[in-house]
Design a protein around this ligand. Structure first.
Ligand code: PAF
Length: 279
C-alpha cells in the first residue's frame, strides 16, 4: 500500500491504472477509521484498485463545531487500510485541496434544507465541494458511502446526477456495535455513562419501526413517541427526529415503505446521528 499526499502524484498513478484497464473503487473518509469504513473498503474491493482518502475537511465544519478536536490517528488508519487490501491512501494537506485564493463551491438547495442541513448550515456545501473535488482527482468508477449519513448519501447521489459526474455512487449498510449503537468516529468522545445513554438512539429507532410495523402511518405520532422516549434519557437532548422521503429529504404526510426516519441527538456535547428506512 502506498501513501500519496499530492494531487499530481495520485493523478499520475490513476492515469497508469486506467491505461491498464483497471477499475477503481474510492472510499472518501475523514479518518479515525472503524468497521463502518472497513465495510466500505471491503465492498470497494469489487474493483481492481482501491483508493481511500483521509482528509478532515475544514469546509464542512461550522465555526463552533469539532474540526480541531476531530479524532485523528493516521498511523493506525494506514494499518487498517493496509489490512483490508487498500492500494492507495490519499492524505493531502488542506493547502493541497484548498488554494489560498480558493473561491469555487458546490452548493445544493432542497435536499440540504432539512435534517442535518438545517442544524448545520453550510455543512453540505463543504461536503459537496470536497466530494466533487475528490471525485475529480481520483476519477473512480465507483465511490462508496455509508447509509448512516443518509442525507449525505442522497445529496451526493443528486450532485453526481445533476453535475453529470461519471461515477457510480454505492451506499453501504450501517455497521453497529454489538449493542446496537451505530459505529461513528465521534463515539470516541463518549465517556462511560454517555456511551450507555447513546443506546437511546437505536432504541428510539426500533420503537419507530415497531410502531410502523403495527400500522401507524402518521409521522407525527411516531416522531412524538420517539422524542418522548429520548427525553427519558437524562444525558440526551434531541436535535431532530424526522420522517422524510428518503430521496428528496422532504417531510412526508404518511409513513410508507422507503420513508427515512432520521434522528440527531446530543449525548452530552456529542452530536450523534442514526436512521432507518421503513421497509
Ligand atoms: O462522511 C464523511 O466522512 C465525510 O463527510 C466525507 C464524505 C469524507 C467528506 O469529507
Amino acid at each position: 500500500m502506498e501513501t500519496v499526499t499530492t494531487v499530481a502524484e495520485l493523478r499520475s498513478i490513476v492515469k497508469q491504472w486506467k491505461k491498464e484497464g483497471k477499475s477503481i473503487g474510492f472510499v472518501p473518509t475523514m479518518g479515525y477509521l472503524h468497521e463502518g469504513h472497513g465495510s466500505l473498503i471491503s465492498r470497494a474491493r469489487e474493483n481492481d484498485r482501491v483508493v481511500v482518502s483521509i482528509f478532515v475537511n475544514p469546509m464542512q465544519f461550522g465555526e463552533n463545531e469539532d474540526f480541531s478536536s476531530y479524532p485523528r490517528d493516521f498511523e493506525r488508519d494506514c494499518r487498517f487500510c493496509g489490512s483490508l487490501g487498500t492500494d492507495i491512501v490519499f492524505h493531502p494537506d488542506p493547502s493541497e485541496i484548498y488554494a489560498s485564493d480558493f473561491c469555487t463551491f458546490v452548493d445544493m438547495s432542497r435536499l440540504t434544507e432539512n435534517l442535518c442541513g438545517k442544524s448545520r448550515p453550510g455543512h453540505f456545501r463543504g461536503v459537496c465541494t470536497v466530494v466533487a473535488k475528490l471525485l475529480n482527482i481520483v476519477n473512480p468508477d465507483r465511490a462508496y458511502f455509508g447509509e448512516k449519513d443518509a442525507q449525505q448519501l442522497a445529496v451526493i447521489k443528486r450532485m453526481v446526477r445533476d453535475l453529470n459526474i461519471d461515477v457510480e455512487i454505492i451506499g453501504c449498510p450501517i455497521v453497529r456495535e454489538h449493542d446496537g449503537l451505530a459505529k461513528s468516529s465521534r463515539n470516541t468522545y463518549l465517556n462511560g455513562d454517555e456511551r450507555k445513554a447513546a443506546l437511546v438512539l437505536n432504541k428510539a429507532l426500533s420503537y419507530a419501526e415497531m410502531l410502523a410495523k403495527k400500522g401507524v402511518t402518521d409521522p407525527e405520532t411516531i416522531t412524538s413517541a420517539m422524542i418522548e422516549l429520548i427525553k427519558s434519557e437524562p444525558l440526551a437532548k434531541v436535535d431532530y427526529v424526522k420522517a422524510v422521503n428518503s430521496i428528496t429529504m422532504e417531510d412526508i404526510e404518511k409513513i410508507n415503505p422507503q420513508t427515512l426516519i432520521a434522528i440527531a441527538v446530543y449525548i452530552g456535547k456529542t452530536r450523534l446521528i442514526d436512521n432507518l428506512i421503513v421497509r
